[in-house]
Structures are given as structure tokens and as C-alpha cells.
Design a protein. Structure first.
Length: 221
């Protein structure tokens, strides 16, 4: 049957391989993550005006004043999550859809929440067109997605003022949550590991810049 894997467009294959090689030099060492970056056409997720910049290691604007994350950031967060085939992964902030597709290509069952209706509608259409199986929901991702919890992995791709409690509750024991926490201008990435029902280890792993997480356990509009 036709699916995302058999339909991938190879026009930019060379650039994708170069990007993966570049990210390896930048310190990304997980071969599966690098292979996913080398496989997924990032041009599917950028605006037509930025097509020729699809393989630069930079964030780019998408609709509704949001951004597609920098490839290094996507690779770094994905590596931190340590994805295993069949992992149930919750993403907060679907945005362009690129990060969600990388997770799916790595064999995860992906559940992703986006709060902006226009982006959500574009994503429904895009995922159908590129034949990828990712579940998306329109709403406030700071509340998680209770119906499908617990998740082995949770990734927040917008800047949080603090770690949303509800996301920790929806993380499976043994699970990993990656979330940028800080001000609207600069955030520290945290790896949160749930080592038992009520024990969590929170490790800061570097500074990043994201668009704000807006919601009940985020910033107000
Ligand atoms: N993962 C995305 C990054 C998109 S930028 C990618 O690969 O392109 C962050 C996204 O988070 C934006 O689309 C924004 O609308 C969304 N967002 C912000 N607050 C949110 C919330 N509370 N729930 C769900 N999505 C949210």
C-alpha cells in the first residue's frame, strides 16, 4: 500500500544528506535520528517562499506567526527522547508538522496537539496528502491528551513558563518528557524522567528559543 515511506520526494535528497552530516558534526550522535532527518523532506513543511531555505539549519516562519523549529533543535530533542519503536509519544505544538513526522518515521505512535485552528486545518490536509498516520487534536496541549495517556515520551515544542503538572501526570513511569522552560525570550531545555509513580528527575540540558506556549499552564494570550 502507498504510504509516506514509499511516496517520499527525492528532489532535495542531496541537501538532506548534507544537513544530517552537518548535524552529526554539531554533536547529534543517534544514527536513527540522523537517518530520519536524512529521510524526511523538510520542504513539505515550509512556506513556498522559503522552499530554497528548507535545508538551512535555521527556524523559519510558518503561518499564524509561528515557526518550524531549527533542524538542530528537532534532532536534539528527538535524541533526548530516545524513541523506541511503538513508543506512545505526545507532542504539544504541532506547528508545521515536521517534528511529528520525524517521530512517526522513528516508529512512534504520535499524538500531537495544536491550539491554532488554521494550522490544525492545514495539518489535517497535509498529513492526509503525504499519507502519514499521526493523530492530531485542536486544543490546549498544556492539558495533555488524557484519552490516550499514559505516554512513554512527551515533547513540548513551545516555551513554557513552568513544567505543566498535567503533562507529568500523563507520563508513564520510565518515561521521558522534554520541555523548554523560561521567559518568553530565552528558555532552558529540561529532560524530565519519571522514575517511579511520584519521583521525577529534572535535568537542564541547554538554552533554546521557542515561540510561547499559550494555555492554562502556559502564558496567557
Ligand atoms: N513542533 C513544531 C514547532 C511549532 S512552533 C514544528 O515542528 O514545526 C510551536 C507551536 O506550538 C505553534 O504552532 C503554536 O501555535 C503551538 N502552541 C502554543 N501553545 C500551545 C498549546 N497550549 N497547545 C497546543 N499548541 C500550542
Amino acid at each position: 500500500m502507498e504510504d509516506f515511506n514509499t511516496l517520499v520526494d527525492n528532489t532535495y535528497r542531496e541537501q538532506r544528506l548534507n544537513l544530517a552530516n552537518y548535524l552529526r558534526k554539531q554533536g547529534i550522535y543517534n544514527d536513527d535520528v540522523l537517518a530520519a532527518i536524512a529521510f524526511v523532506p523538510r520542504e513539505y513543511f515550509v512556506k513556498p517562499t522559503f522552499l530554497n531555505r528548507s535545508y538551512e539549519d535555521t527556524a523559519l516562519p510558518i503561518e499564524c506567526d509561528q515557526t518550524i523549529s531549527q533542524p538542530f533543535t528537532v534532532a536534539y530533542m528527538t535524541q533526548l527522547l530516545d524513541i523506541n519503536e511503538g513508543d506512545r509519544v505526545l507532542e504539544i505544538g504541532t506547528g508545521s508538522g515536521y517534528q511529528a513526522v520525524i517521530l512517526r518515521v522513528l516508529g512512534a505512535k504520535v499524538f500531537s496537539v495544536e491550539r491554532i485552528p488554521d494550522l490544525y486545518n492545514d495539518l489535517l490536509e497535509l498529513f492526509k496528502r503525504i499519507k502519514i498516520n499521526i493523530k492530531i487534536k485542536l486544543g490546549d496541549g498544556t492539558l495533555g491528551w488524557k484519552q490516550y495517556a499514559p505516554f512513554n515520551k512527551i515533547i513540548v515544542t513551545a516555551a513554557a513558563p513552568f513544567i505543566p503538572d498535567e503533562l507529568k501526570r500523563q507520563l508513564a513511569v520510565g518515561g521521558r518528557l522534554v520541555v523548554p522552560v523560561g521567559t518568553k525570550d530565552i528558555q532552558t531545555m529540561y529532560l524530565v524522567e519519571r522514575i517511579s509513580h511520584d519521583e521525577f528527575i529534572e535535568t537542564p540540558v541547554g538554552d533554546f528559543r521557542f515561540v510561547p506556549l499559550i494555555g492554562k499552564s502556559g502564558w496567557s494570550e
